[in-house]
Design a protein around this ligand. Structure first.
Ligand code: NAP
Ligand code: ZN
Length: 366
């Protein structure tokens, strides 16, 4: 098949986050026989799309005539498949998350040990990254088509709806991986801080992995009913519950923090950990800043702070299988792709309950 016509929502400056993306055509990465072209049916809106559009993590490469098309929770149909591609054929329903390619060398300490996500040699993100060998820039999924390297293109299991699977590709795996890697399961009590897109997946997955008790921790009380319905056993509203730190001190084995702002009571969260407990930060505030932590907050209780980035291919496959087997149903709100600008403004205002998924009205009409 010839190359499809790539068109999508283009951010051209940090102002684009205010609902000023422009629809237009773009040059995908250069085709190689390791690539898959995907006709996009759905794309979730991740908090990272907003950080990137506004250059919140450093300057987004808005340069030359190359704009930035965000979106890394992509699901659609494989319409062109390179000769070297092993696991996908034309017509398959596939998904792509936040990463598109790593070095994949057998002597890479990360790629050779199932930690591809942390490859330090050659990491290409699904958008706003540059491929090696002058293959061009990666462009994301607020678009009609995406071109990605086979390494991070996954078949979606039959039992999962495309709209549900899309936000799992980043939002889901980003919390599934640290839950699994830090022993979430029977016998453990787990706190989830920040109940947005990632946080709501964390409640669902922590329950699915069999944690004894899951506690949703949010700023306001207004999400309480939802979070209990999602499966949490307890809810804490840090802006509103009096003495929440004292009342819940040393009750949790593991905390996953999805908070996307540096304005968080981190010391208070750490006080909720049992001795030897672990807090994993996955939320990535603008500038990467976290509040300062006093050394004795860590020492006096023997607790750890860590971080985690999205997930490796094997973890993504495992998560998709678990979601299909356990019929995990995320709470999503479908928005038309043509209204992507309105949807990112609503997302920025914290209105999503709990993940917006863009539905491409052009899908199937090319
Ligand atoms: P989201 O739906 O907007 O959720 C973010 C949550 O953070 C909000 O729901 C809110 O929770 C909490 N929050 C926001 N401002 C806060 C503040 N000032 N103080 C305390 N809590 C605050 O976004 P998302 O898509 O879940 O993404 C969350 C973060 O994870 C983003 O920074 C994103 O870039 C990052 N991320 C990281 C990775 C990774 O690989 N590590 C991957 C994907 C995304 P409440 O309203 O419940 O308080
Ligand atoms: Zn994301």
């Amino acid at each position: 098949m010839a190359s499809p016509k790539f068109e999508g929502w283009l951010g051209k400056s940090p102002e684009s986050v205010k609902g000023k993306m422009e629809w237009g055509s773009f040059e995908p990465k250069k085709w190689t026989e390791d690539d898959v072209d995907i006709e996009i049916s759905h794309c979730g809106i991740c908090g990272s799309d907003l950080h990137t559009l506004k250059s919140g993590w450093g300057e987004t490469p808005y340069r030359m005539d190359v704009a930035c098309c965000v979106g890394h929770e992509i699901v659609g149909k494989a319409v062109r498949v390179g000769n070297n591609v092993k696991n996908v054929k034309v017509g398959d329903r596939v998904g792509v998350g936040a990463q598109s390619r790593t070095c994949q060398q057998s002597d890479c300490p990360e790629c050779s040990t199932g930690n591809d996500t942390y490859c330090a040699r050659n990491m290409v993100n699904t958008y706003a990254s540059f491929y090696p060998n002058d293959e061009g820039k990666s462009m994301g999924g607020y678009a009609d088509y995406n071109r990605s390297n086979q390494q991070f293109v996954f078949k979606i299991p039959e039992g999962l709806d495309s709209a549900d699977a899309a936000p799992m590709m980043c939002g889901g795996i980003t919390v599934y991986s640290p839950l699994r890697q830090n022993g979430c399961g029977p016998g453990k009590t787990v706190g989830i801080v920040g109940v947005g897109g990632l946080g709501h997946f964390a409640v669902l997955f922590a329950k699915a992995l069999g944690a004894d008790k899951v506690v949703g921790i949010s700023r306001k009380a207004d999400k309480k009913d939802d979070v209990l319905k999602l499966g949490a056993d307890q809810y804490i509203a840090t802006d509103e519950d009096k003495d929440w730190e004292k009342k819940n001190a040393r009750t949790l084995d593991l905390i996953i923090s999805t908070v996307s702002s540096a304005k968080m009571p981190l010391t208070g969260y750490l006080g909720l950990l049992k001795t030897r407990g672990t807090l994993i930060q996955v939320g990535a505030p603008d500038g990467g800043e976290l509040p300062p932590v006093n050394a004795f907050t860590l020492i006096a209780n023997g607790v750890k702070i860590g971080g985690s980035a999205t997930g490796a291919p094997w973890e993504i496959e495992e998560m998709l299988k678990l979601a299909a087997d356990k019929k995990i149903k995320p709470w999503i709100q479908e928005r038309p792709m043509k209204d992507a600008n309105k949807a990112i403004v609503d997302m920025d205002a914290g209105k999503a309950r709990y993940r917006y998924v863009l539905v491409n009205e052009n899908y199937g009409k090319h």
